[in-house]
Ligand binder design. Structure first.
Ligand code: 5GP
Ligand code: 5GP
Ligand code: 5GP
Length: 218
């Protein structure tokens, strides 16, 4: 590939909150490695443009090759599991993310670096700790202001995140995904040049995978 062609402006680094993926009407399947701890997991590292558009599926020849990430697989299973059904080992999700998004950054990150960078960014962001430092813990049935969650993450990471919400099976709004922006060298978080669109309620839940809401209401 061309040495310095940069065909996008920044990355969205997107982490999901598994309890919120799982407690919707659609439900989820735990990964083959079993029920995970309450922690954020990686969704993807997505090239994006400053005008809000983004490239996708940029190189159909650059297919996912598990042999290149053999030594990263145990970290991937822990930090980048798939919760779609049926239960999986993550390979389908990783293949999808590499081919749809990763190939659009191939002039900057080869496949191995793409996955390793995403894993390293999770440690750098340490979202769960940032929330805990602000007294925000995963718990069913408890609501937090959207602002307090954004403030806690801003305090920890140094940059304002975008929060994507979804709704649980009782239609309560909850924290589903956190978007942070990363520069094109994929080494540091930056202020987002543009935010995605979408709304959360002003009060949202931060649910836990352990125990379920029905039980807690009694
Ligand atoms: P959804 O429609 O669920 O928000 O997004 C579906 C898929 O489109 C995401 O999984 C992601 O692959 C892609 N996508 C959605 N929004 C963005 C965005 O703002 N930037 C990029 N790069 N991809 C996005
Ligand atoms: P996107 O295209 O939005 O980057 O990724 C979403 C695709 O990945 C969908 O096809 C979805 O079924 C699949 N997928 C597999 N496992 C997961 C998961 O744990 N979370 C999410 N959000 N999508 C997953
Ligand atoms: P503003 O951009 O004026 O802060 O917010 C405009 C609207 O977007 C308000 O309804 C506010 O609740 C919502 N909002 C603010 N920040 C976020 C965010 O990070 N994620 C989502 N989904 N909505 C937000």
């Amino acid at each position: 590939s061309c040495l310095s062609a940069k065909d996008f402006d920044f990355f969205y680094y997107v982490q999901q909150w598994p309890a919120s993926y799982c407690d919707t009407r659609r439900s989820c399947c735990y990964p083959k490695t079993g029920k995970p701890d309450d922690d954020f997991s990686i969704h993807g590292l997505w090239p994006n443009n400053n005008d809000g558009t983004w490239p996708s599926n940029c190189d159909r020849k650059n297919t996912f090759d598990e042999s290149e990430i053999d030594d990263l697989v145990s970290r991937m299973e822990k930090d980048w599991p798939s919760f779609s059904c049926p239960s999986s080992d993550g390979i389908k999700f990783w293949t999808h993310e590499w081919e749809k998004h990763g190939t659009c950054a191939e002039s900057i990150l080869d496949m191995r670096s793409y996955f390793e960078t995403a894993l390293d960014l999770k440690k750098k962001a340490n979202l769960l700790q940032a929330l805990k430092n602000a007294g925000i813990h995963p718990k069913n049935g408890e609501f937090h202001s959207l602002e307090s969650i954004k403030e806690a993450i801003k305090e920890g990471v140094g940059h304002t995140p975008y929060i994507e919400c979804n709704t649980d099976s009782s239609r309560n709004q909850q924290l589903y995904q956190v978007y942070l922006c990363v520069d094109t060298s994929a080494s540091k978080f930056i202020d987002c040049p543009v935010f995605p669109h979408g709304k959360c309620g002003s009060k949202i839940q931060f649910p836990s995978l352990s125990g379920d809401q029905q039980e807690e209401e009694y």
